[in-house]
Design a protein around this ligand. Sequence first.
Ligand code: NAP
Ligand code: MG
Length: 495
Amino acid sequence: MARSHAEWKQLAAELKIEGRAFINGEYRDAAEGKRFDCVNPANGAKLAEIAHCGEAEVEAAVKAARRAFESGVWSELAPLKRAAVLKRFAALIREHADELSLLETLDVGKPIGDTTAVDVPASAYCVEWFAEAIDKVGGEVVPVDPKLVGLVTREPIGVVAAVVPWNFPILMASWKFGPALAAGNAVIVKPSEKSPLTAIRIAALAKQAGIPDGIFQVLPGAGDVGRLLALHMDVDCVAFTGSTNVGKLIAGYAAQSNLKRAWLELGGKSPNIILPDCPDLARAARAAASGIFYNMGEVCTAGSRVLVHKDIKERFLEEFKKAAAGFFPGDPLDPATSMGAIVDDIQYRKVLNYIDKGLSEGANLLLGGKAVHTDKGLFIEPTAFDCPSDDLTICREEIFGPVLSVITFSELDDAIRIANDTSYGLAAAVWTSNVSTAHQVSRRLRAGTVWVNCYDEGGDMNFPFGGYKQSGNGRDKSLHALEKYTELKSTLIKL
Ligand code: NAP
Ligand code: MG
């Protein structure tokens, strides 16, 4: 049953929060009791003290992971049994959905309506989906010289470090550990220092589900934990989601150390193209609004650039303003809230700074543009700019906040050129009533996901998710994600 605002506040007040690292099957403090504060961005209140892991914890976790992996307790478990354990893990995430949603909401400021409807159920679904794949995806017997038998098999890669961001903490972690565990690896999760709570909490659920000690570990800390893991000679793979700048560092750490596999899911500046034959402008406007204001714009695929044809611009903007009125910051614990707080003070100032840049570089403010002053909370109005050219900083850099840049075009070729004129290539969308145009534009857009007549659709696990160009390499979700966490082996048997 849906809970009321008062009930969530009551639950939040009673919540016991675990802040320790999870190493080799148990919760532990960091060496010398080093800790950092975890703060609720909606009111500035301290939520918990979190173990500040460093070199000692990284060493202990990597050792435990290596030992557990080599022992075969997980990697050599019968597929059916490994699947059963992971399904139990998914079920436990669902059983604790209220608690996990609450932790996520308090930690990063997301509306409780979103964490209960999206983040937590989508994580359980991800773990369950990869569990179900375990005993269904096999190897190949390939055609070779008749005097040979040729087998192509996939084996787990070994110790996988998952370094993840704060915008969808439990979900981005699940997109890594779901397939990595399913493939038989030992996983060390490094949550962002801005959002460690759900990763820490589910470690106990992983153990309860039957995941052996050392196979699922969580090391909260700052960026140096991620660096130490990515540089570690005994880590076989680093699966990273985060900014393009840090992604480049991660690729460098892999190169400097053991050439571990480095999978990078990075930033975006995704274009949403509205053509004059858009089938439904009101629907396009609603999708554009949620494409940039959902999760306070802290979304890697945020539709942060709307490219609209000059003939329909006025009507589109009218509809867009109506749709944007459905988003306004409020208490994240209120189920009616559509927008929560910005994750922390650094991000908050960064977004406000981009708004100032938009104004000073000559963009025309269409709506919003200000901080919302509440009791110590970090809230920003849904904001949109009409941009005279796509050279403005706000048209080029990833803001990762509720700020839309609207760019006007008159020819389709210009729209495509502008859409692709970015170092990113994560997602894109086009609105048209013409099937041929839809396919042609989709083919010309250099992006890992293209939406036609929708934006941000597709909770289904079947779609690979990831970027072209500097939005990264490799894909999360889908059976293709399993490949990232395996090595391919050819076995040739002479008869
Ligand atoms: P970030 O600053 O790059 O941090 C990501 C993770 O890397 C965090 O756990 C961070 O730890 C860690 N880290 C920081 N410096 C590091 C270093 N030198 N070496 C190793 N690890 C390091 O990104 P963010 O601000 O958390 O997340 C926002 C970014 O993620 C945006 O660019 C967004 O587009 C991208 N994103 C991409 C996807 C996708 O699937 N493509 C999905 C979601 C988000 P600390 O927090 O402790 O610094
Ligand atoms: Mg936090």
